[in-house]
Write a protein that binds this ligand. Structure first.
Ligand code: GRG
Length: 298
């Protein structure tokens, strides 16, 4: 299936699920729900839920049972952006082309909106019609990916790395946690829902790892050469905060090469999965995930 068709069908369903769970769970009149709603509906690309659903679909799993976990994932991603933009962190005024949450609602409410999104995510993930064992496994994996050994650790290391020249190895390790863990979870969850065998699970993990690094390298490159209007956020922020980045460490051309190499490795993993199912007699629609990788081409 073409990714563009898949996105056309699935994105509205993701948007509807994001709002449905907020309406169900938060008192509608208050500032808190407005602040949560503001960032949830500020126009994110929904890469993580789309990657999760695309993984399920490409492996022949049941997409209709995947919305709770896909929604929970986007809630956690949204919380991370709200908190990342706070004055104590990146101190950003623009996100997704709109004023950041704290700029509109104040720092106190923005912190609480982030807290609300994070905790509500787990309430949402516990619902739905997946078997209980799968739900528990997914909730555990999501908590680990987002938590103090995952994204929160990555964010901490990122802050502590400001004003320091990190080695390429260290930079990779920071990004694998800060951005990579949630992207890896997207693919992992898809594999769990679609009941993949361990061999495919390992290949999916490798694919997700390359996807995550490519995503971050592209973000770093666009921070240097991108157009802030197109991106909906200010550019040059990494340099302003004296952060180590791929273009900073490898030069712009080196970073572009590194991006290409991650994309090729990710594609190879998909070909290996396709080959596995050819021999094992199952089905794998390589096109969807392959075209999602292509989104990360410059
Ligand atoms: C505050 C605990 C805590 C963590 C924040 C992910 C993160 C950790 C901060 C974001 C910093 C950042 C801009 C990283 C670059 C890659 C990235 C995550 C970009 C934003 O994700 P997109 O492009 O955003 O999927 P949209 O707006 O489309 O959802």
């Amino acid at each position: 299936m073409e990714f563009s068709l898949f996105e056309k069908k699935e994105k509205p369903l993701i948007e509807a699920a994001l709002i449905k769970f907020l309406d169900k769970s938060v008192s509608q009149e208050g500032t808190l729900s407005q602040a949560m709603n503001y960032s949830l509906t500020a126009g994110g690309k929904r890469i993580r839920p789309l990657l999760l659903l695309a993984t399920v679909q490409s492996l022949g799993g049941d997409v209709s049972k995947s919305y709770e976990i896909a929604t929970a994932l986007e809630y956690i991603h949204t919380y991370s952006l709200v908190h990342d933009d706070l004055p104590a962190m990146d101190n950003d005024v623009l996100r997704r082309g709109k004023p950041t949450n704290h700029t509109v609602y104040g720092e106190d409410i923005a912190i609480l909106a982030g807290d609300g999104l994070l905790t509500l995510a787990f309430e949402i993930a516990s619902g739905g019609s997946l078997p209980a064992g799968k739900k528990i496994a997914l909730i555990l994996a999501l908590a680990k990916a987002a938590g103090p050994k995952g994204m929160v650790a990555g964010q901490t290391e990122d802050i502590e790395g400001e004003n320091q020249q990190l080695s390429l190895e260290l930079l990779k390790a920071v990004h694998e946690k800060k951005t990579g863990e949630l992207l890896k979870f997207s693919v992992h969850a898809g594999g769990v829902i679609a009941d993949v065998p361990p061999f495919v699970n390992t290949l999916l993990e490798e694919f997700a790892s390359h996807f995550g690094l490519a995503f971050q390298i592209l973000d770093d490159i666009l921070d240097v050469i991108g157009d802030s209007k197109e991106l909906g956020k200010k550019t040059g922020g990494d340099a302003a905060l004296n952060k180590s980045t791929y273009p900073g460490l490898l030069g712009l051309d080196g970073a572009k090469k590194a991006l290409k190499s991650e994309l090729i490795s990710g594609k190879n993993n998909l070909l290996q999965i396709e080959n596995y199912y050819k021999n094992a007699g199952g089905k794998f629609d390589i096109q969807l995930l392959s075209e999602m990788l292509d989104l990360l081409k410059l």
